[in-house]
Design a protein. Structure first.
Length: 205
């Protein structure tokens, strides 16, 4: 048990900042923060924000992106959803809504400002951070980013070697919309994924 972390998670799950005190337009629907964290997980999945299916299920990555992510990591559903193994902390905890073209809006800006540093401070045991997408990379990597998302992921070895005790690996979003990117960058599957899976397995057994 970790009372400070449990209390913080309870506050996050009850959060209504994006409705009651939003930055810009308020969230267009009822908040449903989605997060998984513990005081024992060594791996942090720093993702973007829930999509429509995750908003409905209340469980992270219950969609096609989650299927692909679990395949990348080389883990089962049971391992992935064990909060003692993986902390899944998106940059925005609630589904942000969609734009006029049907794409998901960026993560709500209120979330990281209100909660992220507090969460990280209460999870000192995290020693591997998987930064999925630009928003997570901006927050967790800062100046260590190498320009575009593609450039950052392409330079993953440099990022890894430069990270301190809390190691970092940048990843693209596992959305099926990125299938073309994956085909154009075969090194992701041949070089990065075997390294990633070995790091995952060494931490979860």
């Amino acid at each position: 048990m970790n009372a400070p972390l449990d209390n913080l998670l309870a506050q996050i799950r009850a959060c209504r900042i994006c409705v009651e005190n939003p930055i810009g337009k308020a969230l267009p629907h009822e908040p449903r923060p989605v997060i998984a964290a513990s005081s024992s997980a060594r791996i942090l999945i720093a993702s973007q924000a829930p999509g429509t299916k995750v908003h409905q299920s209340g469980r992270p990555f219950t969609d096609a992106s989650g299927d692909r992510l679990r395949q990348w990591l080389g883990v089962s559903n049971e391992e992935f959803y064990d909060p003692g193994k993986f902390a899944i902390v998106p940059m925005g905890f609630c589904f942000p809504g969609q734009d006029s073209h049907g794409g998901d809006l960026p993560p709500r800006r209120e979330c990281a400002a209100a909660w992220r540093q507090k969460l990280m401070d209460l999870m000192p045991q995290i020693d591997l951070v998987l930064t999925i997408g630009i928003y997570a990379q901006n927050w967790h990597m800062g100046a260590a980013r190498h320009g575009s998302l593609s450039q950052t992921v392409m330079n993953w070895r440099t990022v890894w070697d430069a990270s301190p005790a809390r190691k970092t690996l940048p990843l693209p979003h596992p959305s099926w919309r990125n299938t073309g990117w994956l085909k154009r960058n075969p090194w992701f599957e041949t070089d990065l994924l075997p390294f990633l899976r070995a790091q995952i397995r060494s931490r979860i057994g």
